[in-house]
Design a protein around this ligand. Structure first.
Ligand SMILES: [Zn+2]
Length: 190
């Protein structure tokens, strides 16, 4: 399916059509909320997905829109919002333990605290990147099953991954766009 935008097709109507196909392919009915604002944003909550008009208007075709919605479905299915906060809590607890078990001089404690914070920061980043890869894998699988071109759809992560103003929320935790697009290409063997 390619270049399937019809002029005059309202963003919300495009979203509804894409969501219907993805829901059928997944066999689940994850809620998708359409928000009529200019700011481009696509995000997953614990029980649903949010997509803004601005985001839909950033997509070049329905393959890109489908890939994005399927990626967010992946987060909901994997319960990532929940897992992310649990993982963060575990990491912070581990950092607190490291500090507690090493009661030395003030400087030694400061160094340990710095090390513990670095561990927290890096682990959290690694955890997020793993979650994003899983969501991309799921997106490739689901979008393909629903009849979309996942490789073409993944082009949106390549573009937005290098864009400063678009998708700021995504940019913070997602691996580089080109890397994600390559992963999707590998996943569908092209
Ligand atoms: Zn994501």
């Amino acid at each position: 399916m390619s270049d399937n935008i019809q002029t005059g097709n309202e963003p919300e109507a495009r979203l509804t059509a894409v969501v219907d196909k993805l829901q059928q392919a997944s066999g689940q009915k994850i809620e998708v909320a359409y928000v009529d604002i200019e700011q481009p944003l696509a995000a997953a909550a614990s029980d649903g997905v949010l997509i803004t008009r601005g985001f839909i208007e950033c997509t070049r075709n329905d393959d890109e829109l489908a890939f994005t919605v399927a990626h967010e479905f992946g987060h909901v299915e994997h319960n990532d919002t929940e897992r992310r906060s649990v993982a963060k809590k575990e990491i912070l607890e581990r950092a607190a333990e490291i500090c507690e078990n090493h009661r030395g001089g003030a400087i030694k404690n400061l160094l340990l605290l710095g090390g513990a914070l670095a561990v927290v920061y890096l682990s959290d980043k690694k955890v997020n990147r793993d979650r994003e890869r899983e969501a991309d894998d799921r997106a490739a699988e689901l979008a393909t099953k629903a009849g979309f071109d996942a490789v073409k759809g993944a082009e949106i992560v390549r573009r937005t991954g290098n864009h400063r103003t678009v998708l700021e929320q995504l940019k913070a935790s997602h691996p580089a766009g080109y890397e994600r697009a390559a992963n999707v290409r590998n996943k569908v063997n092209r």
